[in-house]
Design a protein around this ligand. Structure first.
Ligand code: TMP
Length: 225
């Protein structure tokens, strides 16, 4: 039997999709998951905060517009709590069974939203992230970049409004800037795409990136005895 072995001895592949509000990321996550499944890859699509019963409960607490009194530190800890549960219960077992996990958001969201957006120390965020994830990073991340006003307008059109989306425009600008900084710091992992293009064009760009990545790791194939 031949299995792909990549970073950290994992046999599966961990893909994350990231971006500000209204980039069409969730639609693209579904399209990518369908595409990979059709190609014969065993693929699981999940999201943060969410992916498990407990993490979805935490998501409700985090995103309820009634919770406008939530302290930024409580918010940060709740995102991490949801992530720990998601990793232990779902992401790690699925990756260890050799499948592809596509997650709509992961740790980069915390750096962008709670770090750059809220202004919480990036060092503290990193320390908590190490506790929550043990340093586990996606193998590849697609970052959807878009003008902040356009993104928020798109979400308003489909009536998508949660506690974070209701933040002022400056907050969302800082989040976008945070993401761009992350992409500049980790160009190998984080692939930036222009989300203002139409659904089909964006989908083809994404599958181009993912296919190239998957080909790269298949070249490093290691027979498992
Ligand atoms: P969404 O998945 O529908 O975009 O909603 C998740 C919201 O939570 C979105 O506004 C981004 C925000 N978020 C954070 O602020 N920090 C995080 O760590 C994650 C995963 C999401």
């Amino acid at each position: 039997m031949i299995k792909r072995r990549i970073k950290g001895g994992r046999t599966g592949t961990f893909v994350s999709l990231e971006g500000i509000e209204g980039t069409g990321k969730s639609t693209q996550a579904k399209l990518l998951s369908e595409y990979l499944s059709k190609k014969g890859f065993n693929t699981i699509l999940t999201e943060e905060p969410g992916g498990t019963v407990i993490s979805r409960q935490i998501r409700r607490v985090l995103l309820s517009t009634r919770h406008d009194k939530m302290d930024y530190m409580a918010e940060l800890l709740l995102y991490n709590a949801a992530r720990i549960q998601h990793l232990k219960e779902k992401i790690i077992p699925v990756i260890n069974s050799g499948k592809i996990v596509i997650t709509d958001r992961f740790s980069d969201s915390t750096v962008a939203y709670q770090g750059y957006g809220r202004g919480i120390s990036l060092k503290l965020i990193d320390t908590l992230d190490k506790i929550a994830t043990g340093g586990m990073r996606p193998d590849i991340t697609i970052l959807f970049d878009l003008d902040v006003e356009i993104g928020l307008k798109r979400n308003r059109k489909i009536n998508k409004r949660d506690r974070l989306e209701l933040e002022d425009i400056e907050f969302h600008r800082r989040v976008r800037e945070g993401y761009l900084q992350l992409a500049a710091m980790e160009p190998e992992r984080i692939k930036l795409i222009n989300a203002s293009k139409n659904i089909d064009t964006v989908h083809h760009e994404i599958i181009g990136i993912i296919n190239k990545f998957l080909q790269g790791i298949t070249l490093n194939i290691v027979p498992v005895r």
